[in-house]
Design a binder for this molecule. Structure first.
Ligand code: ZN
Length: 427
């Protein structure tokens, strides 16, 4: 056991260094520079799959590089590349035990332009019978990594139709999944699908700061860097969805935190800084990311969404979504005691924010993954409009909120605190 006096001195010392460091690192000028670059017109609204967002990808990569972060896969790129496909035109035909199938009874998740599947193809077979929970399981099967035929009872016909709409936009994956409306598994079948596909390249940007003592325990700081692209101008604003608040503000925070923790260089746990793409399209960036990390190794996730305006409680305050789902929010609060900051439980329960941002995928897998925000969901004039521009943000408060997040995370980064897990969903 260490003598008390040593603990006291060490605690005092590290705290004072922390205080000094933190005011030096979170300065408004630097925050404004990063924010203004991400939200500039030249990024063309950062819509996933467009040229505009590629400039943002490059910018974030260069920031991670100058912070001294490692790349996620030890390559020379911070990008985690994948692709999204849109099905433009599709023909489906085939038969089951000699009877032709109606095209609407076949829903396909495949990136192949031509696909032929029959009872000799060796696909795994799954049957949904009447009364099974199709709604809860269907989305899970669409994310499968193996070839699959799902035989769906005719009582689920309306649900199959909504799955068809969902299949029009999907991640490009090297596997085929067929949902077939049929009350029994036929002895003989063959299906032929032809589809015209548009491929959009996407990339998350990931930087790693290896842990000093707990290398295999990960703490994630994240935000989405994509937004809505170009729309129509209004009387006061041009046609570009700058997304200054949504979510250039969170992305700015991730870059600032990366710089800060890299400079401190005393993190016990491995810190992962990630800017997600395709959040606005349906959370595809975070969904892809989460399948490439073992969720059991992730100790905590700080997802940051819209921190550019003052919260409903005024300056120096923010809220945490899913406040009661793990004890992580309580740990953050504990770390903020004695500071000017306060984090509150999410006051917009009806908005279901916990499951609407990039923390949701990992949260469903059990990770204490929460979103921190200041956005007044009932009163945010420029939310998802072309008016979401830098001039509408409070840069002084935003700088302070980033500092608050760093302070709130300290005992998790240092390995002293480990939040409780969130209950897994849909497993
Ligand atoms: Zn957002």
């Amino acid at each position: 056991m260490k003598p008390r006096i040593v603990i006291f001195l060490f605690g005092f010392f590290s705290h004072s260094v922390f205080g000094q460091d933190i005011s030096q690192w979170f300065n408004e000028k630097k925050v404004t520079q990063i924010e203004s670059t991400l939200a500039s017109d030249s990024m063309e609204g950062r819509k996933a799959g467009t040229r505009g967002i590629e400039k943002a990808t490059e910018f974030i990569s260069s920031q991670f590089k100058s912070a001294g972060l490692q790349t996620w896969d030890k390559s020379n790129s911070y990008q985690q590349k994948f692709a999204f496909i849109t099905i433009d035109r599709q023909t489906k035909e085939g038969s089951m035990d000699g009877l032709p199938i109606k095209p609407q009874n076949l829903v396909v998740f495949s990136a192949k332009e031509n696909l032929e599947i029959n009872d000799q193809s060796g696909y795994k077979s799954i049957q949904f019978k009447k009364g099974d929970n199709f709604r809860a399981n269907a989305i899970k099967w669409t994310q499968s990594d193996e070839n699959l035929i799902v035989w769906v009872d005719s009582s689920f016909a309306p649900l199959l139709a909504s799955l068809e709409a969902y299949s029009r936009n999907q991640l490009q994956k090297d596997r085929n999944i067929l949902f077939v409306l049929s009350n029994r598994i036929p002895d003989h079948f063959n299906f032929r699908i032809q589809q015209q596909i548009t491929v959009k390249p996407l990339a998350n940007v990931i930087g790693i700061l290896p842990g000093k003592t707990k290398k295999n325990e990960y703490v994630i700081f994240s935000a989405h860097y994509d937004h809505l692209g170009i729309g129509t101008p209004n009387a006061l604003h041009d046609s570009i969805f700058n997304g200054a608040n949504d979510d250039a503000s969170g992305t700015t925070a991730v870059i600032m935190l990366a710089n800060y923790f890299a400079k401190r260089n005393d993190n016990a746990r491995t810190l992962i800084f990630v800017a997600f793409t395709a959040e606005e399209m349906g959370g595809y960036g975070s969904a892809y990311f989460s399948t490439h990390f073992n969720p059991d190794s992730v100790i905590a996730m700080f997802n940051i969404e819209m921190i550019g305006t003052e919260s409903k409680w005024g300056s120096h305050s923010a809220y945490v979504t899913g406040y009661d789902k793990s004890d992580m929010p309580k740990i953050l609060e504990k770390n903020l005691q004695g500071t000017e900051f306060k984090f509150y439980p999410d006051p917009y329960a009806a908005e279901n924010l916990f499951y609407r941002s990039d923390n949701a995928t990992l949260a469903k897998l059990g990770v204490p993954a929460h979103t921190i925000s200041t956005s007044k969901m009932d009163d945010e004039k420029f939310y998802q409009t072309v008016g979401d521009e830098v001039q509408t943000l409070n840069m002084t408060n935003m700088t302070e909120i980033i500092r608050a997040i760093a302070l709130s995370a300290r005992s998790i980064v240092s390995g002293e605190d480990t939040p409780t897990r969130i209950e897994k969903i849909g497993q």
